[in-house]
Design a protein. Sequence first.
Length: 495
Amino acid sequence: MADVSRRNFVTVGAVLASAASTIGLGMQQAHAAGGGHGFMAASSAGPDGDDGPGPHKKKTPGLQGICALCEVTGGGEKVYGIAVEYDVAIDPASLTPDTYATAVFPAATGFFPGMPDEPDKNHTTATARSRAVAAIYTNAGPALRPDGKSVPGRYVIAEFHHDPDLSLPTTDSDRVSLKQNRAVRTTAGAVYAASTTVWTNADRRGNRVAIRGVDAWEQNHWWWDDTRSTWLEYSIYLPKSFLAEGGENRAYPLILAVTHSGTSPDGTCAQTLTEQCIASIWSLPEVQDRRECVVITPRYERTTMNDYWEHTSDVENTYRLVESLLGNTWNFGNPNLADRCDKVLKIDPKRVYCTGWSMGAMTSLWLMARHPQTFAAGLIIAGQQRPSDLLPLASQKVLIITGSKDDKATPWNEKCVPVWEKAGAKVVRPKQYLDPTMIFPVESQQKLTDQINGYLSANANITFLTFESVDHMGSARKFFHINAARDWLLDQVKA
């Protein structure tokens, strides 16, 4: 996609959303129960039309409702399973892979994650497509378990196959359906018989969805400056230890993750977290378990940085948001949640980072150039700026990653290299392109990690890597999954 502009993407990929056969359960009346609502989910409605704030009282023994279990990847939000909620704990010995007939409704025709002017993926008239159950087990809540093993609980998890290539664009909406084909047994010995009822997770207000690593974010926060009559909407991820007792006494690293123009101007806070993994990958439990950090991502109402090197006031407003957090006065956590209300968040000024893709990478470069005293390092994915504007990066720590088929980011950064070197920077720019097939599966990146760490060990302040045969759009889908790049960013500490 060499002719794709950062500010005016061409809509592509409709065939991806409508391909494959339309086998499945069909669009029948939804039977959903309340409780356990996920990210951006609405309260559920039962067969009798009862809705409103949940959870609702259980009507009868047996199946209460279902919830789509999703994860955000480089290819967008994908459905990885269905949580089936019962009124009491279920005996896992009574479950088999064919206990349920499960299906996922495909995304609306024309939907492609991360593109502007895309249709709502859930506005689909297609028939649900059958999806095989790869693992089935019980859990105490509506969530996948990494080990796939049962623990006592009233939720049955019907987990689907995960494609190891996380860059493949999703074709899923977040609407699912399910039919119980075989009897299940409770831990007390009661038997819930098979049924012809088809359940979905949809009702009049939305779909019941749980998104791993995303549900914990607080959306729709506002930074504002009354003296300039300006404001900026953003979402924030607060680390688990901050929410624990005494967490306000710790100082945390801060990642500013700026998304792309595909989420501006018509995007929502939810889309900045689910259209791509630019921000949400940093909040995955396994990532936070290794390196706890605060993450913020702005939602812009317009494109902030265009291909003429022009930018809006939102760029500086983004810095003002970072500056306000560095003031250690942020105490705007959800006032209805006791673990965060009135807590003051502390940020470690030596560990502030920025990252982004496309427009987000261009914004990150500009912020680092204008405020070199603030950021410990930047991870720049497929972004570029005018070389003369980026002289201050010569003394900063930057890892730039592009694709060889990106005809803007790669050549513009090439032009920056001699400018940085003349200004005193040590730049590592390998002639050899990296192999993108080494990125997936992410559990098998050792060869890639060794290669990247070899370049990073040269102790240059700027490292510029390029992957073979990856275009601009592909860079967003692939490069944030590079473990060595994310680890490097959080290893940096400002003197």
